[in-house]
Design a protein around this ligand. Structure first.
Ligand code: NAD
Length: 355
C-alpha cells in the first residue's frame, strides 16, 4: 500500500506487445510497422522448420534464417550470427523461440544496434528485459543495455502448445522466480509489486491447470500473460540469491536453466520469505495458502516433476565451489547470504529434501 513515507524510482521499459491466438500471422505487419525490410530470422535448431515458415511468410522483408541458437549464447554462435547479419545488410532481427533464440538476437543487437522483434515460445521472459548474456568457455558475462530490449513482442498462445509438458512447467517456474525476486528487490516499486503478484497468480493457476489439461488454452493464456508480467519485473529490478545461485550453477556445471530454477526456487523462497513480509503476503494471496513454497512443491509433485540437484547431475563435491561463487560478491538479498546457509540450501536441494 502506498503511504506518505513511500519513496521509489520506477523505470518503465517501452515495448509494444501483441497478444493472442494466431498472432504469428501479424508478424509481417509488425515488421512493416517497424519499417524493416531485410530482417534476419534467428531460432534454435529444433525450431528451424518453424523459422523457415516464418521467413516464407515475411517474403521479401527477410534475407536469411539462422537456426543455431543454443542455451547461454556461446560467443562463437553470436559472432557467426553477427557476421551473417552484416553480410546480408540486415536492418533488424526477428527472434522465434525461447530464451536461447531471443538471447542470440540480443547478442547481435548488442554488436550492431539492430532492432529486435521477438516471438517467444517459452515462458522464460527474456523478451521483456534489456539483459543480455554471452558465454565464452565456462564464463558467462551478462549486462544491461536498452538496445537489446525488443521493440515489439508478439505472444502467440498457439505456439506454446507444442512445448513438452516438463518444459511448460519448468519454464513457467523460471518465470515465477522472476516475480518472486522482484517482490523483494531493492529497486522495486508499487507497480512492480502489483505486476509481480499478478504474474505469480496467473503462472501458478496456469501450472495447476495444465497438470490435467495441457492443451487448455485458457491456462496457456494465463501462463503466457504471467510470463510477460514476470519478464517485465525481471527487466525492471535487480534479482537476488535465487538468480545468483541459478547463474552460478549454470555457469559452473552447465545445469539446465529452467530445471535449475524449478529445483531451487522452493528452497530460496523458504529462506527469503521468512524475512520478506510483503512478498510473503503477496505470494500467500497469489497461491491462496500461508505456505507458498509448500504449494509449489505440491504442484510440482502433481506434475511428477519433483527433482533434486543430484538428478540434474550435481554432486556433493560440487557444492563448495558453488558456495564460494555465491557468497564471493555482494548483491542484494532480503536475508543475509552466508556460506553456511548457502551450503545448507544447496545440500537440501541436492538431496531433494522437503524445503
Ligand atoms: P530454450 O530457448 O533453450 O528452449 C529450450 C528448447 O525448447 C529448445 O530446444 C527450443 O527450441 C525448444 N522450444 C522452445 N519453444 C518451444 C515450443 N513452443 N515447442 C517446442 N519446443 C520449443 O530455453 P529457455 O528456458 O526458454 O531459455 C533459456 C535461456 O534463456 C538461458 O540461456 C537463459 O540464461 C536465458 N534467459 C535470459 C533472460 C534474459 O533476460 N536475458 C531471461 C530468461 C532466460
Amino acid at each position: 500500500m502506498i503511504a506518505a513515507d513511500s519513496s521509489f524510482v520506477h523505470q518503465g521499459l517501452a515495448s509494444r506487445v501483441v497478444f493472442g491466438r494466431g498472432t504469428i500471422a501479424q508478424v509481417t505487419d509488425e515488421v512493416v510497422r517497424l519499417d524493416l525490410n531485410r530482417v534476419l530470422v534467428v531460432t534454435s535448431p529444433e525450431q528451424e522448420a518453424q523459422g523457415n515458415d516464418l521467413a516464407a511468410q515475411l517474403g521479401k522483408r527477410t534475407r536469411d534464417t539462422f537456426a543455431e541458437a543454443t542455451m547461454h549464447v556461446p560467443a562463437s554462435v553470436a559472432a557467426a550470427a553477427g557476421a551473417l547479419a552484416r553480410d546480408i545488410a540486415a536492418d533488424g532481427v526477428v527472434a522465434l523461440g525461447g530464451g536461447s533464440a531471443i538471447g542470440l538476437a540480443k547478442a547481435v543487437a548488442l554488436e550492431t544496434s539492430l532492432p529486435i522483434l521477438a516471438i517467444p515460445t517459452t515462458y522464460a521472459g527474456s523478451e521483456m528485459t534489456p539483459v543480455w548474456g554471452l558465454t565464452d568457455g565456462q564464463r558467462k558475462r551478462t549486462g544491461r543495455d536498452t538496445r537489446v530490449l525488443p521493440k515489439t513482442v508478439v505472444y502467440d498462445l498457439d505456439l506454446t502448445t507444442s512445448l513438452p509438458a516438463d518444459l511448460s512447467v519448468t519454464s513457467a517456474v523460471n518465470a515465477l522466480a522472476h516475480a518472486v525476486e522482484a517482490m523483494y528487490a531493492p529497486d522495486g516499486s508499487p507497480v512492480v509489486s502489483l505486476t509481480a503478484e499478478s504474474a505469480a497468480s496467473a503462472l501458478l493457476s496456469g501450472i495447476d491447470a495444465i497438470a490435467t489439461a495441457p492443451d487448455d488454452m485458457d491456462a496457456r493464456a494465463r501462463l503466457t500473460y504471467g510470463a510477460w508480467l514476470a519478464g517485465s519485473c525481471l527487466g525492471a529490478t535487480t534479482m537476488s540469491l535465487h538468480h545468483k545461485l541459478c547463474h552460478v550453477l549454470g555457469g559452473l556445471y552447465d545445469l539446465p536453466h529452467a530445471w535449475t530454477h524449478t529445483v531451487l526456487l522452493p528452497y530460496v523462497m523458504r529462506y527469503n520469505l521468512a524475512v520478506a513480509a510483503d512478498a510473503r503476503e503477496r505470494l500467500s494471496r497469489a497461491v491462496g495458502s500461508e505456505d507458498p513454497p509448500g504449494v509449489l512443491v505440491e504442484l510440482l509433485g502433481r506434475h511428477g516433476l519433483r527433482r533434486s540437484l543430484a538428478d540434474l547431475g550435481m554432486t556433493f563435491g560440487d557444492i563448495d565451489r558453488a558456495v564460494d561463487q555465491a557468497v564471493g560478491s555482494a548483491y542484494p538479498n532480503p536475508r543475509e547470504v552466508t556460506a553456511p546457509e548457502v551450503t545448507r540450501i544447496l545440500s537440501a536441494a541436492l538431496c531433494g529434501d522437503d524445503p
